[in-house]
Ligand binder design. Structure first.
Ligand SMILES: Cc1ncc(COP(=O)(O)O)c(C=O)c1O
Length: 481
């Protein structure tokens, strides 16, 4: 059967996808130094592309000294190529670590953290929470000695089932919910359980950077879909579904990371219809839903799904109690069975203590009242960033919720250099290119306003602007002429 090849939607990118595919397999150690590589003809047939496209990819690999040609015999992996050593010596590790760009940035210790899309711990009712934990232990004195199920605590699933039915008009039973240690784990389970190497997977462009890493690591062929302030171009989505028959479309339609955009209700309904027609699962990631600054966002796509094409991920880590790490997956039982099996391979369930504490805390009146204050506090922080940026010529769309501002800087600023200068000055942000499956968006950055207090946030933005503006060192030499 012919394979589909990923198209970026831009002419001239097909060969780069083939290039990446070959590079990935060499990096993972699946194709070793001196190995003969597949012929141009076989790759062209496999990916259903012209032979010239594969030829171009091989030419680039040759120029980059990764492969070599032996007369009349074909292409071989060069023994002296310069791909990272751990990939060569430890293919198992490389297959898993691969490219974890976001976590690398998060490991940087900085005073002005504008990179973390996480809540400032001071915005949570911590004192109340610690008293509360004691009460939960009193309620379940044998909690630490109790076994738990892989799918999650029944009491919590029953309560969440009622909550989703009441608040989001979901039609589901507690058996259709799985409790995980965060939506990142859930995404990983879905990728491992449902995506095979070279399955086409649609990703928004830009998107949550870790999703790119997870699906790439799974060997998926990425099909990028532009997201705009008005949502998607649904004609384009349909064409891509038709052409590439993707296994899955990962989307974050509510206060999207990194852009903050919201996909409107009409598009949600239509997307579910398209998913059903083209048999493409929709993996809806919804961690920011409750952080809205005006009116509530439209219902999740899952609410429109009757035929089981939507898998809904809802993390509560962002604002309930990040330390508990609780998220849920809602999906129909045919898919649930695969996810449970995948989870069983990595652990035997999300810790019960976390689930019980979460259950009582989430549904407590105190937390529900706190949400209103939290939204106001975050809206104030967003305003601070926007005030500070208003004196610049940077561009952004003001988000109506979420934790992030997606900002375009003048093209004269080199973002990578700016980031390394900022890190030296104890400032971090997320460079836009890592949110892009095509690694473009080179003038964009994601600024999170959720993690710093108001004063540090203001100072951090002022310093960032100064560093970006202040020095001609950031100008590309070609642009200085
Ligand atoms: C869109 C999106 N999905 C998932 C996650 C990860 O969520 P969790 O902490 O539940 O793993 C994040 C965290 O930044 C995110 O922005």
């Amino acid at each position: 059967m012919k394979k589909t090849v990923v198209s970026s939607g831009h002419a001239g990118k097909l060969f780069e996808q083939i290039y990446d595919y070959i590079l990935d397999r060499i990096r993972r150690g699946e194709w070793k130094p001196h190995d003969k590589l597949p012929s141009i003809r076989s790759l062209a047939t496999e990916f259903n592309v012209h032979r010239l496209t594969v030829f171009k990819a091989y030419q680039l690999l040759k120029e980059n000294r990764i492969v070599e040609v032996k007369d009349k015999s074909g292409y071989y992996v060069r023994p002296d190529h310069s791909l990272p050593v751990d990939s060569l010596h430890n293919p198992i590790i490389s297959a898993y670590v691969h490219e974890s760009h976001l976590s690398e940035i998060h490991q940087v210790q900085a005073e002005y953290v504008l990179s973390k899309s996480l809540l400032d711990p001071n915005l949570l009712p911590n004192l109340y929470f610690s008293e509360y934990v004691k009460q939960v232990f009193d309620l379940y004195p044998k909690m630490l000695g109790t076994y738990f199920t892989v799918q999650g605590d029944q009491e919590l699933r029953d309560a969440l089932c009622r909550y989703f039915t009441d608040c989001h008009r979901f039609h589901l039973s507690a058996d259709e919910l799985l409790i995980t240690c965060g939506s990142q784990e859930a995404m990983d389970l879905v990728a491992r359980a449902l995506v095979k190497p070279r399955d086409a997977v649609m990703l928004e462009r830009p998107t949550y950077s870790t999703a790119i890493d997870i699906f790439r690591r799974q060997g998926a062929a990425i099909v990028p879909v532009e997201i705009h302030p008005y949502g998607y171009d649904l004609e384009q989505v349909e064409k891509l579904m038709q052409a590439y028959k993707p296994r899955l479309f990962y989307l974050n339609p509510t206060f999207q990371s990194p852009t903050g955009y919201i996909v409107p209700a009409e598009q949600r309904k239509r997307l579910v219809e398209l998913a059903e027609r083209y048999q493409c699962l929709l993996l809806e990631d919804d961690p920011y839903r409750d952080i809205y600054f005006g009116k509530e966002p439209p219902l999740p796509l899952f609410a429109y799904d009757t035929a089981g094409w939507v898998i809904y991920l809802r993390s509560f880590s962002k604002y309930i109690a990040p330390g508990l790490g609780i998220a849920i997956v809602a999906c129909r039982s045919s898919i649930m069975n695969y996810l449970i099996k995948a989870k069983l391979l990595s652990d035997s369930g999300t810790p019960l203590v976390n689930q019980k504490i979460f259950l009582h805390y989430f549904f407590s009146e105190r937390l529900q009242q706190h949400m209103e204050k939290l939204r106001i506090a975050l809206a104030v922080r967003k305003d601070i960033v926007e005030q500070e940026l208003s004196a610049t010529d940077w561009q952004w769309n003001s988000p109506a919720g979420g934790f992030n501002l997606w900002v375009k800087l003048p093209e004269t600023v080199e973002i990578e250099r700016l980031l390394s200068t900022c890190i030296k000055q104890s400032i971090t942000f997320v460079p836009g290119a890592i949110c892009d499956p095509l690694k473009e968006y080179k003038s964009w950055i994601r600024l999170s306003y959720s993690y710093l207090n108001e004063q540090l946030l203001r100072e951090g933005i002022q310093r960032l602007v100064k560093l970006a503006d202040g020095s001609n060192a950031y100008r590309h030499p070609m642009l200085n002429d």
